[in-house]
Design a protein around this ligand. Structure first.
Ligand code: PMP
Length: 455
């Protein structure tokens, strides 16, 4: 298809064109409606066509659409920074705006490396991350991401960062269970620091709830509290990558609040502007800002479009909608309801091994037969794509995720509808999901591959 801006439709011709959206619904150019059950990669957190945001963006475009950040600041960016400082815990008071989650991760890493030098602690060069993680698509962010064979196949030279086990209780890497495990997965950070030498480790980065690379894996109580202690004891900065979890998605403004833990750097993206215009924020503590100010007074972060007034106006309007409509509290409440319904589906369908997550960032992990074991479906069954395709045909969009240690084997989908989804809409979503699973079961049985009976 000449002129297509994507490679995939050229390869398989499968993409539909979306013509418009309204609330939790998207409509394709043939008029078919879909429930946006994953907010388009966990981004469009206040739904589509929100008038307040559109008006704020139009108004801003009428005033000024661009000023270059090295010469000027602008009113929406300043107001957004103030708002984020008020929302963020303790002394996370300073925002640097970039255009995407990947750029924000790069910026956070640069700040961490620079911070220790400005502190007079020499060149700390290593960042520790986790297996089963996704931090972005730029070379640096990708090298910290611990998932997918594809990355290994094409970019094996990026594998130099040390990585530790994820807090994946459903498939505990140590075959232990919480709480008697003594949080061995958290203790692994100390082992990795000892192996690398704490004088070399600048930061540890983690997604509070593992999103795309794990299907909403939410660590047990005490995990991040212990991680933060280890970071403090070894003079390591803790970077919370809240690109997917932040801005209310999990029923808290910042997901790290679930573990009463305050990181040194927090990153917001996706839900910050809910898809209306690209923006992400790296929020740092007073200590980090002061150290850099006293030192070089220079942060190596600044893209042409950083702190773009149009995007800042969109994000500001999104945060105001979230506040006005109490969407964080709503996400917590409706997330509990949706989780209960997923647990009911788990009782009914033996192809569901686990349901998990927080607030409205929920995941379903599929297994061959949960009545027998947690064994995943064989890889060539392509269960994740089967489920997402069937759901899409029935009018529900799910986010394909991976599961199993480091995504080598295992299937999961993310369920993360807009935060303003109503109870009636949740019922509709679950009813389509139910039909999807029924159809998948039928197909697996017809395929003669045992389907739910497969051991
Ligand atoms: N971090 C996390 C946790 C993410 O989920 C993503 C995107 N899926 C990114 C970083 C990268 O963000 P972006 O796609 O905006 O570059």
């Amino acid at each position: 298809m000449p002129g297509s801006y994507l490679i995939k439709p050229v390869l398989d011709g499968s993409y539909k064109e979306i013509s418009h959206g309204n609330g939790i619904y998207l409509y394709d150019s043939e008029g078919k409606a879909y429930i946006d059950g994953s907010s388009g990669a966990v981004t469009c957190s206040i739904g589509h066509g929100c008038k307040e945001v559109i008006e704020a963006m139009n108004e801003q475009a009428g005033k000024i659409s661009f000023v270059y950040r090295s010469q000027f600041t602008n009113q929406p960016a300043e107001e957004l920074a103030d708002k984020l400082a008020a929302m963020a815990p303790e002394d996370l008071n300073w925002s640097f705006f970039v255009n995407s989650g990947s750029e924000a991760v790069e910026t956070a890493v640069k700040i961490a490396l620079q911070y220790w030098q400005e502190k007079g602690q020499g060149r700390k060069t290593h960042i520790i991350s986790r297996w089963m993680s996704y931090h972005g698509i730029t070379i640096g962010a990708l090298s910290l991401s611990g998932h997918t064979e594809r990355r290994r196949r094409f970019f094996s030279h990026l594998e130099s960062s040390p990585a530790v086990s994820p807090p994946y209780c459903y498939r505990c890497p140590y075959q232990l269970s919480h709480p008697s495990c003594g949080l061995k997965c958290a203790e692994e950070l100390q082992t990795a620091v000892d192996r690398t030498g704490k004088e070399h480790v600048a930061a540890f980065i983690a997604e509070p709830v593992i999103g795309a690379a794990g299907g909403a894996i939410s660590p047990p109580e005490g995990y991040y509290q212990r991680i933060k202690e280890i970071c403090n004891e070894n003079a390591i900065l803790f970077i919370a990558d809240e690109v997917m979890t932040g801005a209310g998605r999990t029923g808290k403004a910042f997901a790290m609040e679930h573990w009463q833990t305050v990181p040194d750097i927090s990153i917001l993206g996706k839900g910050l502007s809910a898809g209306y215009s690209p923006i992400a924020s790296v929020i740092v503590s007073d200590d980090i800002l002061c150290t850099i100010k006293k030192g070089s007074n220079l942060i190596m972060s600044g893209h042409t479009y950083s702190a773009n007034p149009q995007s800042a106006a969109a994000a500001l309007a999104v945060l105001k909608v979230i506040e006005k409509e109490n969407l964080i509290q709503h996400a917590e409440k409706i997330g509990i309801l949706l989780m209960k319904k997923l647990q009911n589906l788990k009782e009914e369908f033996s192809m569901i091994g686990d349901v998990r997550g927080k607030g409205l960032l929920l995941g379903i992990e599929f297994v061959a037969n949960s009545e027998i074991s947690a064994k995943p479906f064989p890889k060539d069954y392509n269960i994740t794509s089967l489920i997402t395709r069937l759901a899409q045909d029935l009018g529900l969009l799910l986010y394909p995720s991976s599961a199993g240690i480091d995504g080598r084997e295992g299937d999961a989908v993310l369920l993360a509808p807009p935060l303003n989804i109503t109870e009636v809409e949740v019922n509709k979503l679950v009813s389509i999901l139910h039909q999807t699973l029924k159809k998948a079961e039928e197909m697996l049985t017809v395929m003669g591959r045992g389907g739910p009976q497969h051991g």
